[in-house]
Design a binder for this molecule. Structure first.
Ligand SMILES: Nc1nc2c(c(=O)[nH]1)N[C@H]1C(S)=C(S)[C@@H](COP(=O)(O)OP(=O)(O)OC[C@H]3O[C@@H](n4cnc5c(=O)[nH]c(N)nc54)[C@H](O)[C@@H]3O)O[C@H]1N2
Ligand SMILES: Nc1nc2c(c(=O)[nH]1)N[C@H]1C(S)=C(S)[C@@H](COP(=O)(O)OP(=O)(O)OC[C@H]3O[C@@H](n4cnc5c(=O)[nH]c(N)nc54)[C@H](O)[C@@H]3O)O[C@H]1N2
Ligand SMILES: [Mo]
Length: 757
C-alpha cells in the first residue's frame, strides 16, 4: 500500500461571491426564527424543541456556543442566540457518519472536501481505526482502541513523546482526568486551544493583578458608566453579551467600540426576547466607534492614558494603597510622543482626547476584549496597558468596573482552572500527587506552537486530541500537517468529522463521544458535568437528548478507559472515576482548594463563583501583594513598505473550524469564504477591482508563504489593513510568528503582499 496523499486544505471549490451592504442591526427576530430553522433543518422538531427548552437552564445543558455567562437569578424563556442555536444544531443533527461511510470514502478523497462538507456528514458513531498504509478507516472495539493507545504509551522512549491536546468545550471532569492522564504518562505536554486564544490575557494579567481571568460579574454591566469593547465582535461571537451592553446603555452608561471594523452587533441590536424592541430599529449599542488600525491599540491606549494623567482625575487613594510602579509608569506615559501615538493608532488627536476624557470621567469602567487584542506580537504588553488604565482609575473591587477578557470556548477557562496547564504550579502538582498517588512531573511541557515544532522535529510519537481540530485551528497549516504525519499514532476524541481525522499519524483512531446536549448514563445512573464560564461561575451541565449512537462513550469514560488500559487501577482507580462523576469532583476538590464542597455547591441553582481577589477585595496575589503598573514601548509595525497587515477573523457562519454556511450576513459577504477585505483606496492604488482574484504572500523573517486565489471585497477597513477568514488563511500564518511571552500565533498581525496572478 502506498503513502496516503491527504490534503491539509481542501481542493479549490467554486465559490459564488455576492456582496451586499453590511447589516445595521444584529440579532432580533431574524435571530430567533433563524435559530429554529437551523435547529429544525438539522435536528428535527422533537430534538430542537426538547433541547432549546433546557439550554442554559439551571438543570439543562450549558450552551456549547460561547463562554458568556447566564443571568444569576431569573432566566427568561430562551437563554440562547442564533449562533448558540447553530452550535446546538450541528451537534444534534440527525445525520450519521458510520463504518460504511468510511468504507466508501478514502481519507485522501475526504481530505479534498471543504471543511463544511466534512462537518455536514453528521455525527461520528463508532470507534474507527486507520491502519498504517491504509486509505480507509475500519471499525474497532473500544477495548482494542484503548489497547492500541496503551501499547503506544508503553513503547515510548520518553514520556515527552506523548502530547495531549485539549479543546475548550471539554468539561471540568474530562479535562481534569485528561491532565491527570498526561501526568501519569509522565509529561506536562498539554497544549490547548487557549494557547491560540486568550493565553496572552492570562499571561499579561497574572503578574500585574495576580489572576489571569476577568474581574467582573454579569451584574457589573448594569452598573458600569462606560464600557470599552476592544478587538471583539460580540454580535457574531458572543451575541448574548449584547443584552448586557444594551442594559448598560439603558441605565445611562456608554459603550465604545475600538475595532478596525465597525461590526454590526456594535451598531444596533434587537433583543430576541424583548418583544417591544423587535419593532423599530433596535437599541443602539455603541455610542462611539474608533476605527483603530490593526494593532494600533497600544498607541491608542497610550494616548488615552496621557489624557487621563493630564486631567488629574486619578484614583490617588487606590493607587497609593493598592499599587506599585506608578511613578515610573507616569514618567513613561508623559514622555511618550503624540505623533507616534497618532500614526500608530490611526486615530486623530481630538478623537483620542474625547475618548481619554470619557475614561477620566468614568467612575465605573469595564474593558472587554477578545482575539483582536490577544493575537499580536505585543499582545501581552497591550493587555498590561489595559490593566494600567483600569488601575489609574481604581476600577477593581467595586461593582460595575473591571477587566473582562471575553473567553471563547464554553469551558476554556474551566479547563485551565482544573489543570490543563503545560506549566503547572508546584502547588498543583504536589496536591495532585497527594490526591491521586501519581508521581507527577515538574518539568514544563509543550504549548501548541512547541508541540508542532516537536512534531516537525520527529520528537512526538503519540498525539491525542480531546476535542478540537488542531490541524486546521493552528497557524501554518501545511507545517502542522507535515508534523502530524510524523507521529506514529494520532487519536481524536470527537463528535464530528474534521481535518484532524484525515491528516493523521501513521495510524489513527477516532474515538466518538457524547455531546453536551446528550444524556450521559454511567454505572451509578445519569451524570452531569460542570463548566466554568467567562466570569468564573462553576455550574452544571446536563444533556437531555438521546445519544447520536449507542456506541458513543462519554469523555470522562474515554479517559478512564485509556487510563485503565495504560495503568490499571493503582495508584489511581481510573475505572471508579467513570462510574460516578461525583468521585472525579471529589478528587478535584482535594487538588484545587477553591472547589471546596464542590459536589453540593455545584448542585445549587446557577452554581458558585470561584474566588477572585481583584473583584472580591481587592486583594492581589502578586509577589509584592499589590497590583503592578508596567511600562511598555510602542510596537514596531509588522508590515514593511509595500506590505499590508492582515487579520484573520470569524464569519457569522462558523464556529472556529466548523463552517456552518458560506455567508457572513452581518458584513454583507455571501457565498464565499476565500475572500480578502480591502480598503477601496488601497485597491485603486494597486489597480484592483472588487471581485478580482489576487494572490497573497505572507512575510516573516526570511520566510515567505504563498497562497493563491482570494477574491477581493471592497470594505470599510483602515488603509494598509486586510481581513481574511480563519481557518482558510491559517496557511499564511507562519509558525514562528508568535506573541512575546504567551507564544500565541499572531493570527491578527500578518505581513502580507497582494499580487495579481
Ligand atoms: N458564533 C461563534 N461564536 C464564537 C466563535 C465562533 O467561531 N463562532 N468562537 C469562539 C471563540 S473560541 C472565541 S476565542 C471567540 C472569538 O471572538 P472574537 O474575538 O470576537 O473573534 P474574531 O472573529 O477573531 O474577532 C476579532 C475582532 O477583533 C477585531 N480586530 C482584529 N485585529 C484587531 C486589532 O488589532 N485591534 C482591535 N481593536 N481589533 C481588532 C476584528 O475586526 C474582529 O472584530 O468567540 C467564541 N464564540
Ligand atoms: N488564523 C486564526 N487561527 C485561529 C484563530 C483565529 O482567530 N485566527 N482562533 C484560535 C482560537 S481563539 C481557538 S479557541 C482555536 C480553536 O481550536 P479548536 O478548539 O481545536 O477547534 P474547533 O474548531 O473549536 O474544534 C472543532 C471540533 O471539535 C469537536 N467537538 C465539538 N464538540 C465536541 C465535544 O463536545 N467533545 C469533543 N470531544 N469534541 C467536540 C468536533 O469534532 C469539531 O470538529 O483556533 C485558533 N485558531
Ligand atoms: Mo478561542
Amino acid at each position: 500500500m502506498g503513502k496516503r496523499a491527504t490534503r491539509a486544505t481542501p481542493l479549490k471549490t467554486a465559490e459564488r461571491l455576492k456582496v451586499g451592504k453590511p447589516k445595521q442591526v444584529a440579532a432580533g427576530i431574524t435571530g430567533v426564527s433563524k435559530s429554529f430553522s437551523i435547529g429544525l433543518s438539522e435536528a428535527g422538531l422533537g430534538r430542537t424543541w426538547g433541547a432549546m427548552r433546557t439550554v442554559n437552564k439551571f438543570d439543562g445543558f450549558d450552551c456549547p456556543g460561547c463562554a458568556w455567562p447566564d443571568p444569576d437569578g431569573h432566566r427568561s424563556g430562551f437563554e440562547f442566540c442564533e449562533n448558540g442555536a447553530k452550535a446546538f444544531a450541528t451537534e444534534a443533527t440527525k445525520k450519521r457518519v458510520t463504518a460504511d461511510f468510511f468504507a466508501e470514502h478514502s481519507v485522501t478523497s475526504l481530505s479534498q472536501q471543504p471543511d463544511m462538507w466534512l462537518d455536514k456528514q453528521g455525527r461520528l458513531t463508532e470507534p474507527m481505526v486507520l491502519r498504517d498504509g491504509s486509505e480507509h478507516y475500519e471499525s474497532i472495539s473500544w477495548q482494542d482502541a484503548f489497547g492500541m493507545i496503551a501499547d503506544s504509551v508503553n513503547n515510548l522512549d520518553s514520556a515527552h513523546e506523548a502530547v495531549l491536546y485539549t479543546s475548550g468545550r471539554t468539561s471540568n471532569e474530562a479535562a481534569f482526568l485528561w491532565g491527570t492522564l498526561a501526568r501519569q504518562i509522565g509529561t506536562n505536554n498539554l497544549p490547548d486551544c487557549s494557547n491560540m486564544c486568550h493565553e496572552s490575557s492570562g499571561y499579561g494579567l497574572t503578574p500585574v493583578i495576580g489572576i489571569g481571568k476577568g474581574t467582573v460579574r454579569l451584574s457589573c454591566f448594569d452598573e458600569a458608566d462606560l464600557i470599552l469593547v476592544i478587538g471583539q465582535n460580540p454580535g457574531t461571537n458572543h451575541p448574548r453579551m449584547l443584552t448586557a451592553l444594551a442594559s448598560c446603555r439603558r441605565n445611562g452608561g456608554s459603550v465604545v467600540s475600538i475595532n478596525p471594523l465597525e461590526e454590526t452587533g456594535m451598531r444596533r441590536f434587537k433583543h430576541p426576547q424583548e418583544i417591544l424592541s423587535m419593532i423599530g430599529s433596535g437599541t443602539k449599542i455603541a455610542d462611539d466607534h474608533f476605527p483603530v488600525r490593526i494593532n494600533g491599540d497600544a498607541a491608542l491606549l497610550k494616548g488615552v492614558m496621557k489624557v487621563v494623567l493630564k486631567s488629574g482625575k486619578l484614583d490617588r487613594d487606590f493607587i497609593d494603597e493598592h499599587t506599585i510602579g506608578f511613578e515610573a509608569f507616569r514618567t513613561a506615559i508623559e514622555a511618550s510622543d503624540w505623533d507616534e501615538i497618532i500614526a500608530g493608532s490611526g486615530i486623530g488627536r481630538e478623537r483620542i482626547d474625547k475618548l481619554g476624557k470619557a475614561v477620566a470621567e468614568s467612575k465605573k469602567l469595564i474593558i472587554c476584549w477578545a482575539m483582536g487584542l490577544t493575537q499580536h506580537k505585543n499582545s501581552v504588553s497591550v493587555i498590561q496597558e489595559i490593566a494600567n488604565l483600569l488601575l489609574m482609575g481604581g476600577h477593581f473591587g467595586r461593582p460595575g468596573a473591571g477587566a473582562c477578557p471575553v473567553r471563547g470556548h464554553s469551558n476554556v477557562q474551566g479547563d485551565r482552572t482544573v489543570g490543563i496547564q503545560h506549566n503547572p504550579s508546584e502547588g498543583f502538582i504536589s496536591r495532585l500527587g497527594q490526591a491521586t498517588g501519581i508521581d507527577s512531573p515538574r518539568e514544563g511541557g509543550y504549548d501548541s506552537v512547541e508541540a508542532v515544532r516537536a512534531m516537525l522535529g520527529g520528537k512526538v510519537r503519540l498525539f491525542m486530541g480531546m476535542g478540537g481540530n488542531l490541524v486546521s485551528a493552528m497557524s501554518d497549516t501545511e507545517q502542522v500537517a507535515i508534523g502530524m504525519r510524523n507521529v506514529d499514532l494520532s487519536v481524536q476524541v470527537s463528535t464530528k468529522m474534521n481535518r484532524s481525522h484525515l491528516v493523521t499519524g501513521k495510524e489513527a483512531l477516532i474515538l466518538p463521544c457524547l455531546g453536551r446536549t446528550e444524556v450521559d448514563r454511567q454505572a451509578s445512573g445519569e451524570q452531569f458535568v460542570t463548566v466554568e464560564n467567562s466570569m468564573g461561575i462553576v455550574h452544571m451541565s446536563r444533556g437531555s437528548l438521546t445519544p447520536a449512537s449507542e456506541q458513543l462513550f462519554a469523555e470522562p469514560a474515554i479517559v478512564a478507559g485509556i487510563g485503565t488500559a495504560c495503568f490499571g487501577s493503582e495508584p489511581f482507580d481510573w475505572a471508579e472515576m467513570a462510574k460516578n462523576y461525583d468521585s472525579i469532583r471529589e478528587v478535584i476538590e482535594q487538588v484545587i482548594p477553591e472547589f471546596d464542597d464542590y459536589n453540593s455547591r455545584v448542585r445549587e441553582d446557577g452554581g458558585f463563583y470561584l474566588p477572585n481577589g481583584p473583584h472580591d477585595g481587592p486583594t492581589w496575589d502578586t509577589p509584592s501583594g499589590k497590583a503592578q503598573f508596567t511600562v511598555h514601548e510602542l510596537p514596531n509595525a509588522v508590515a514593511k513598505e509595500g506590505q499590508f497587515t492582515m487579520m484573520t477573523v470569524r464569519s457569522h457562519d462558523q464556529y472556529n473550524t466548523t463552517i456552518y454556511g458560506m455567508d457572513d450576513r452581518y458584513r454583507g459577504i455571501y457565498g464565499a469564504r476565500r475572500v480578502v477585505m480591502m480598503n477601496p483606496l488601497d485597491m485603486a492604488d494597486l489597480g484592483i477591482e472588487a471581485g478580482d482574484e489576487v494572490d497573497l504572500t505572507s512575510h516573516f523573517e526570511e520566510r515567505q508563504i504563498h497562497a493563491a486565489a482570494w477574491k477581493v471585497v471592497s470594505y470599510e477597513i483602515p488603509r494598509g489593513n486586510l481581513c481574511t477568514y480563519f481557518p482558510e488563511a491559517n496557511v499564511l500564518v507562519p509558525l514562528d510568528s508568535v506573541a512575546d511571552g504567551s507564544n500565541t500565533p499572531t493570527s491578527k498581525s500578518i505581513a502580507v503582499t497582494v499580487s495579481m496572478p
